[in-house]
Structures are given as structure tokens and as C-alpha cells.
Design a binder for this molecule. Structure first.
Ligand SMILES: [Zn+2]
Length: 285
């Protein structure tokens, strides 16, 4: 998409410059200066256009669409096998360093926590983590409270939740460090904190992979994201199968291996009524 738009701009620029030269001078005689002019358009105009495109359509080649209709959508999107994410030019979203809660599964609440919780005071300035464009702003009474989602040219989207108020609007271009909201306690929150998410094509990634809040720094100039490999059944790899032992049942195997009874049945062509033999090999993948 980006290339079509660039091409269109470039063509318009070229036609305009060609017309100007041709109307003033003989076209053949002016061939050399015209080439020079074209070269100048190539470098100056093109670099300016690319810069404008980067902010107007951040990570355009990665995302299938620009939408103000949802916070994040993971389903149906293909995540590249690997992506080098540029972390230079960052700004920490808050000066606060205390991490109240980390990313991951919370057994006590039986749900995933898709971000990092950073302690803030009500009214603290929350800043854009990178240059980018605000894609989504909303209020969720039982969830995020006031929140903002920004898409960045490096491919990440960042989400800032539980804000007292939002200071930006959808489709607004922001620079790293621009104030985007005030810290708070709105939505499902038990005390003022910033719930901060980093997502790639909708998939939540641990913000600690990129941001080190205690040290107010990024983890490096770049972060190489690699898609976790899906495990496949391999008879030579004991991690991919289970050998039935004395006293085993499907539910016991499920709790031992973390593979559900339903999945075990499906993978091995058995039912919950099937009799298991000692030594029988069950595929886990
Ligand atoms: Zn949180």
C-alpha cells in the first residue's frame, strides 16, 4: 500500500518538474539538468515522503489495516516468523520505577495479565513510548478505564490504561515523550497505576522484553522478536509423547503434561472410554 501512495506522489512531483523544465527550454538540450533534477527529486522528495508516510501510516507494511474500531485484534493475523524491533528513540511512559504486577498468567485470578502494572500517582504525566499515531482511545468502566492505543513505526502498539484523563485523540500523530494522558485509577483498578501493554499485530508481548522500568531504560537498541515454534510429534523426542504408566488415567496424564483430555483423545484417536495399556505411547502434539 505504501509503495502505491509513494509512487503516486513521486509521479506527480516528476510530472510537475518535467513540465516546468520543458516549457522553459528545449527538452533535448536540457536533458542533463533534467536528469540532475530527477536525481534530486529522488533523494529529497522521496526521503521526505517516506518520513511523512512513516508517521501517517506507521508499520503500514505489517498491519492489514488502520482502524479506530477496536483496541486490538489478534485473530486472523499472521505474525512474521521474526521481526527486528527498533527501540531507539524511546521515552519511558512514566518516571515511576515500581512494578506492581508483571505480565503473565495469574493463577489466583485464573486469568492472563497482558501488561505490566507500574505504580503512579493520580495526575502523573503518561508519555508516548515511541513516535507514532494514536489508533484507538476509549473508556471501559469494568476494564481498562480511560485508555489509549498508539501504533509505532517499529511495529509495536502500546496501550496505556486506567488513566484519569486522555490528552490525545484518535489519528493524532505523536512524538516519543508527548504527554498522552494523566495517570489514574479508572476502570478495573484497585489503586492508581499505569497498566502498560506492548502488542505486535494484536498479540500481547511482555513489555519487560522491551522496557526496564526500574532502570528507566530499554533492554537494547533493538529487540529481535521470533515467533515461538509450534511443537510437533516426533518419536525421537520424548517431550512430544507420553508413555502410559501403571495407574494412569487420561485426566492424570492431562494434568501431568498440560495437554487437555480433549486434545489427547483427538491426537490419538481415542475416547474417554478407551482403555489405556501400560507402555502405550500417546502423542502430546
Ligand atoms: Zn494491569
Amino acid at each position: 500500500m505504501m509503495h502505491f501512495r509513494l509512487l503516486r506522489y513521486l509521479l506527480v512531483a516528476l510530472v510537475m518538474s518535467t513540465t516546468a523544465v520543458a516549457s522553459a527550454q528545449d527538452l533535448l538540450a536540457e536533458q542533463a539538468p533534467m536528469d540532475k533534477q530527477m536525481a534530486r527529486i529522488d533523494s529529497v522528495v522521496l526521503s521526505r515522503l517516506i518520513k511523512a508516510e512513516v508517521y501517517e501510516y506507521p508499520a503500514d507494511d505489517l498491519y492489514p489495516e488502520w482502524s479506530n474500531d477496536y483496541a486490538h485484534k489478534y485473530v486472523g493475523v499472521t505474525i512474521p516468523d521474526s521481526l527486528l524491533i527498533d527501540l531507539t528513540g524511546f521515552c519511558m511512559p512514566t518516571e515511576n520505577t515500581k512494578v506492581n504486577d508483571i505480565f503473565g498468567y495469574r493463577p489466583r485470578r485464573r486469568r492472563m495479565h497482558y501488561g505490566l502494572d507500574i505504580k503512579v500517582e493520580r495526575g502523573d504525566t503518561i508519555r508516548a513510548a515511541f513516535d507514532g499515531k494514536v489508533r484507538y482511545c476509549s473508556y471501559q468502566r469494568r476494564g481498562y478505564g480511560h485508555y489509549v492505543v498508539i501504533r509505532h513505526p517499529n511495529g509495536l502498539e502500546t496501550l496505556y490504561a486506567h488513566l484519569t484523563s486522555r490528552l490525545v485523540e484518535e489519528n493524532e500523530v505523536v512524538k516519543a515523550g508527548d504527554p498522552i494522558g494523566l495517570g489514574g485509577n479508572t476502570g478495573r483498578s484497585t489503586g492508581p497505576h499505569l497498566h502498560f501493554e506492548t502488542r505486535l499485530l494484536g498479540k500481547a508481548l511482555n513489555p519487560a522484553l522491551f522496557f526496564d522500568f526500574p532502570n528507566q531504560d530499554v533492554t537494547g537498541d533493538t529487540y529481535l522478536y521470533t515467533k515461538p515454534k509450534k511443537k510437533v510429534y516426533d518419536p525421537s523426542d520424548p517431550d512430544t509423547y507420553y508413555k502410559v504408566r501403571n495407574g494412569d488415567s487420561l485426566s492424570r496424564i492431562a494434568s501431568r503434561t498440560g495437554v487437555s483430555v480433549k486434545q489427547l483423545c483427538k491426537l490419538n484417536g481415542i475416547t474417554t472410554q478407551s482403555t489405556l495399556r501400560i507402555g502405550q505411547v500417546l502423542r502430546l502434539y
